[in-house]
Design a binder for this molecule. Sequence first.
Ligand code: F6P
Length: 371
Amino acid sequence: MKRIGVLTGGGDAPGLNAAIKSVVYRAHDHGIEVVGLHDGWRGLLDDYCDDVTPLPHHVVRTWDRDGGTNLGSSRTNPFRVASGGKTEDRSDEVIRNIEKLGLDGLVAMGGEDTLGVAFRLSRKGAPVVGVPKTIDKDLLGTDYTLGFQTAVTTCQEIIERCRTPAGSHHWVQVVEIMGRHAGHLAFWSGVGGGAFIILIPEVPFSFEHLKELLTERITRGMKNRKYPSYAVVVAAEGARLENGELVTASKEVDAFGHVKLGGVGEMLSSWIRESCPFDARSVVPAHAQRGGPPGPIDRIMGCLFGAAAVDLLLGGGSGRMVSARGVAPACRIGDESLEVAASGLNLLDADLYYDRERLNIHRGFFTRVRS
Ligand code: F6P
C-alpha cells in the first residue's frame, strides 16, 4: 500500500480533523502517502477529483484542535447524483477515479449515509474502510461516533443557559436539539442540563400529558416560592406526537431520501402560549450544536479511530468500519462490517432509560446502575 485517500461526508462534527491527522500519522509510519479528497463523495466525481490535497505530516500537525472538517463535506450520494431534474448512478465513475488517483485504499468518515455509500462501493471492489462520525450517535455497529460528546457538552451548556431567563420570568423554555430520529443527544444533554421534560423520537408524546406536567409544576411554584415556577423542555427535533406526526422544516428530501427536520420547538412554544396559563419561548441552537473545537473525548476518539482505520486497511479490512465497544475513551477498538452500519438506526433504549410518565430519565436509573 503506497497511497491512500481520506474523505469526510455528511454533517460535520468535532473530532473529524483529529481523526484525519491520526490517519496521516499512522500511514506515514508505514511509508504510505495520504491525500485529502474534498467535500465527501463529491470529491471523487469527474469534475472534482483532480483537486486533491496532499497531506504531509506538517500540514495536519495542528488539525486535532480544529472543529468541523478541514477537507469540507457534502451530502453527495454518488448512486443518486441530481442532474437536469433526474438522478444518475455515478458510482462507476467514483471507482474509476479511485484508480485514476492511484489510491490503494480509502478512509471514509461519516454516518449512516456516507458509510452506506462506502459499503456499496466496497461491494463493487473499492478498497474502502469507514470511521463512524455523527453527533446523533445513531449508527449501528459502534458504541461511539465522533462528535457526540462535544455536542452533548455544547447542548448541555445551552440548556443550562436557558434556565435563568426562564426562572426569572416564570416561563417554559423549549430547546430544540438535533439528532434526527434518535434521542441520544437530546436525552443525555437534557439529563445533564437538568431539563424538566425531555421529548425523544423513540417515545411519542401527547399535548395533554405535557400540559398536565407543566401546569402541575408551574402552578405549584407560583403559589409557593419554595418550588420552581418555570420549566425547561428539551425537544428532540425528531420528537413525534402520538399520531406519529413529525414536524419538518421543508418537504424536500436530500440525496439519501431524508426530510429536513426542525420546527418542533417553535410549534411547542406557540402551542403552550395558546393553551396554557403561562408564557413560553423556544431556542433552536441548530448547527451551533455541531460547531466549535472538539472536547477531549472527541480528540482522543479521533486519534484512536484514525490510526485503527489505517490498520484495518493494512489488514485487508475493506468493507469494514472501525468501531468502539464500551464507554469512550477507555473502550475497546475493533471493527464491524459496513453493512451493519448501513442497515438501520441505533436508537435510544427507552425501556432502559426513559420514564414515560415523567417524560424524563427513569428515577431509578442511578440506583440501578450502582447496584
Ligand atoms: O446528522 C447530523 C445532523 O446535524 C442532524 O442532527 C440534523 O438533523 C442534520 O444533520 C441537519 O442537516 P444539515 O446539516 O444538512 O442541515
